[in-house]
Design a protein around this ligand. Structure first.
Ligand SMILES: Cc1cc2nc3c(=O)[nH]c(=O)nc-3n(C[C@H](O)[C@H](O)[C@H](O)COP(=O)(O)OP(=O)(O)OC[C@H]3O[C@@H](n4cnc5c(N)ncnc54)[C@H](O)[C@@H]3O)c2cc1C
Ligand SMILES: NC(=O)C1=CN([C@@H]2O[C@H](COP(=O)(O)OP(=O)(O)OC[C@H]3O[C@@H](n4cnc5c(N)ncnc54)[C@H](OP(=O)(O)O)[C@@H]3O)[C@@H](O)[C@H]2O)C=CC1
Ligand SMILES: O=C(O)C(=O)Cc1c[nH]c2ccccc12
Length: 432
């Protein structure tokens, strides 16, 4: 049991062993606990290091940037030019190309962590985090699985909690009628590496976001035959317009005009440069691409070659799924396709609602309720980084705000604590 009075006098990190049957520990952190060691968690950590604030990062995987290392395919390149993907206070090497591949981005993140001396606690999954009103502290419970003998439970106690677990923490795997009868190989895009294993196979790719499009393209490059399911609608934009990245063009237009107008311009440019994509089954949503990204988190497709394969018929566009049966899929239009494998490009979701015991700041979808730029600060020392639906550039902006805000209140509290300690010390001395 911890007492608040004793917390005030504790050093930076202190461990208490419970007298329990199996290993369970309680650790006081004299600074924030950051959950997640992806780009967002690393960027906050770097900001805190620079301001001399101690912290702990908890990461469920055994490495930093696990999404990029373990859950992306080989040919992945960043969609946005490098100036939108850099984290604060550490530029990309000069010889990096305009669009980094995933290995370059991973090596940058490794150097970033090394440069700022960031050492997360790996193999530690946060199971729950709850604000203790009585003590005015967060209680963060984890399971550490690094030891092969005994997973141990740990409780961290802290004043500040930074949620950096990402918009894409868990894969979305919808249920489909008859899928258990299908018999072929089924996987989510988070486990897809390349089309090597699919040569000459018929593959159903379910979903037409950036993952669905790029996996279908990759399959074509390995001489497989993908059919891509488009059950509703999608915005396809060129990655570049007149030699400039579409994202950059949109960002500079946003400084001069309202979002709806930028959306209109983007759709007109897309029609001019890509032609009418609706005739291939790629119906455009009635809501504009940036508006849709902001409100529903649905990212427009930035085309890197899939559209050409769709035009040439190498990627077939098919409507929604009715049911699966052995070696087959029946579509909502009644057509039946013989297929060897299924790749679910059905997206990702936040996992915050599964562990954060709070329902004011985060919505039930695990995204802060307040839209950008006001979604980074909650009550009672709660913060969120990387939930802006603005990719890496949004994460960097959040990280700067969060690390400054925490540093400010950490310094105030530390000063206050020092004063109290000095007064106590003086009282002790005069007593003797
Ligand atoms: C295939 C793909 C490609 C993308 N490409 C781009 C792009 O080109 N440009 C762009 O701007 N964005 C891109 N994104 C979006 C991308 O998710 C973010 O830009 C970036 O990774 C966000 O970083 P993050 O740290 O917020 O989240 P993540 O990178 O997801 O990191 C979160 C970390 O939290 C850990 N974690 C989760 N839950 C727990 C828990 N309970 N306990 C402990 N640790 C936990 C995870 O293991 C993970 O390491 C892409 C996303 C995907 C899926
Ligand atoms: N190179 C890069 O930079 C890349 C970036 N990314 C990013 O990763 C994030 C996730 O992208 P992604 O994985 O494509 O996920 P998305 O959420 O963008 O797309 C999911 C797709 O799956 C469809 N879907 C979901 N459920 C079903 C169902 N039951 N039946 C049929 N279709 C279904 C959705 O259709 P509907 O719209 O009808 O719901 C949608 O087309 C995005 O931000 C994306 O930009 C991804 C790949 C590459
Ligand atoms: O590719 C992603 O997942 C991103 O989040 C990058 C991104 C953020 N905002 C956008 C708007 C249009 C296209 C891509 C992005």
């Amino acid at each position: 049991m911890l007492h608040k009075a004793c917390l005030n006098t504790l050093p930076m990190v202190q461990t208490f062993d419970h007298n329990d049957f199996f290993s369970r520990r309680c650790i006081w952190v004299n600074g924030p606990v950051i959950v997640g060691a992806g780009p967002s968690g690393l960027a906050v950590a770097a900001g805190l290091k620079e301001q001399g604030v101690p912290f702990i990062i908890l990461e469920r995987a055994n490495c930093i940037a696990s999404l990029w290392k373990n859950r992306t395919y080989d040919r992945l390149k960043l969609h946005l030019p490098k100036q939108f993907c850099q984290l604060p206070n550490f530029p990309f090497p000069e010889d990096f190309p305009e669009y980094l591949n995933k290995y370059q981005f991973i090596s940058y993140l490794e150097s970033y962590a090394k440069n700022f001396g960031i050492n997360p606690q790996f193999n530690e999954t946060v199971q729950s985090a709850k604000y203790d009103e009585t003590f005015g502290l967060w209680r963060v419970k984890t399971i550490r699985t690094s030891s092969s003998f005994c997973p141990c439970e740990i409780e961290y106690i802290c004043r500040w909690l930074v949620v950096a677990t990402g918009e894409n923490a868990e894969k979305v795997v919808p249920e489909f009628e008859g899928l258990e009868e299908f018999g072929g190989h089924v996987m989510h895009t988070c486990d897809y590496k390349s089309g090597e294993a699919y040569r000459a196979k018929s593959v159903l790719v379910v979903g037409c976001g950036n993952s669905g499009m790029e996996v279908s393209l990759d399959l074509c490059n390995y001489k497989a035959s993908p059919s891509m399911v488009v059950r509703s609608s999608v915005h396809v934009l060129p990655r570049e317009v007149f030699g400039k990245s579409t994202f950059e063009v949109a960002a500079s237009l946003m400084k001069r005009m309202p979002l709806w107008m930028v959306d209109k311009i983007l759709v007109i440019l897309a029609c001019l440069l890509l032609g009418n994509v609706e005739k291939y089954g790629l119906k455009r949503p009635s809501t504009g691409p940036l508006q849709l990204k902001n409100t529903e988190g649905k990212t427009p497709v930035l085309d890197v070659g899939a559209l050409q394969k769709i035009r040439s018929g190498k990627i077939k566009v098919v409507p929604g799924i009715k049911r699966f049966s052995q070696g087959r899929v029946e579509l909502v239009n009644g057509n039946i396709l013989e297929i060897d494998s299924v790749i679910l490009a059905t997206g990702y979701r936040s996992n915050v609602p599964s562990w954060l015991k709070e329902n004011e700041f985060f919505s039930k979808d695990g995204i802060p309720r307040n839209p950008f730029p006001n979604g980074w600060k909650g009550n009672a020392g709660l913060y969120a980084v990387g939930f802006t639906r603005k990719g890496l550039s949004g994460a960097s902006l959040d990280a700067i705000s969060v690390s400054h805000d925490i540093a400010k209140s950490w310094k105030e509290e530390t000063k206050q604590k020092k004063k109290t300690m000095a007064a106590r010390h003086r009282r002790c001395i005069s007593h003797f």
